[in-house]
Design a protein around this ligand. Structure first.
Ligand code: FES
Length: 181
């Protein structure tokens, strides 16, 4: 056997050995997994470069689909005011509260007979910030008015109440809880 025949023989032997080890699956590089490429076993999962694919039935064919990303809900409870800064029942203050996704959101904090109410500052009509005017929260863009202790609509065009956050008071501070969902 000359050198070139010997090399061919060794190369063929290595390929056969790999074929045996992988149960007949080895044929060089593994087929690339991309969304929409064919797969063989329904429900099988594979992760490629941090992306998880699931083998799914689509119009009678088994194809890889990206697995939906599970988003973890994040919750922040933030001390937004000292209790002493909001002593009078009916008094309102607007504070900026950090949110888990970054940045801040405006929150209207009002002391009530029964505790604290925290409402998103943005009007539910088109998002303009509301402000305390007399006994109501008013949106000056189109004139909607809201009840400051509940967020209920008093006058439209807004039809939905202001979004309400969980608010608590303890250890001389007022806390508001915000979340990503
Ligand atoms: S945005 Fe507030 S009433 Fe239109």
């Amino acid at each position: 056997m000359n050198n070139s025949s010997r090399r061919a023989f060794i190369s063929a032997s290595v390929a056969s050995f790999a074929w045996l080890l992988t149960g007949g699956q080895a044929s060089g590089a593994a087929p690339a997994i991309t969304a929409g490429s064919p797969c063989k076993v329904k429900g099988r999962k594979r992760t490629v470069n941090g992306v998880t694919f699931v083998c799914r039935n689509a119009k009678g064919k088994l194809v890889w689909r990206k697995s939906p990303t599970v988003v973890q809900k994040q919750v922040f409870t933030v001390r937004v005011l000292e209790s002493a800064a909001l002593l009078v029942v009916g008094e309102t203050k607007v504070v900026d509260v950090p949110v888990p996704s970054g940045g801040t959101t405006g929150v209207v904090v009002t002391r009530t007979d029964s505790g604290i109410t925290a409402l998103r500052v943005n009007c539910t009509h088109a998002g303009f910030p509301v402000a305390r005017v007399g006994n109501v929260l008013e949106c000056e863009l189109h004139g909607s008015q809201f009840e400051p202790t509940t967020g209920a609509v008093l006058n439209g065009p807004a039809v939905s109440p202001l979004f309400r956050y969980e608010a608590t008071e303890s250890n001389g501070g007022i806390y508001v809880t915000v979340s990503t969902a």
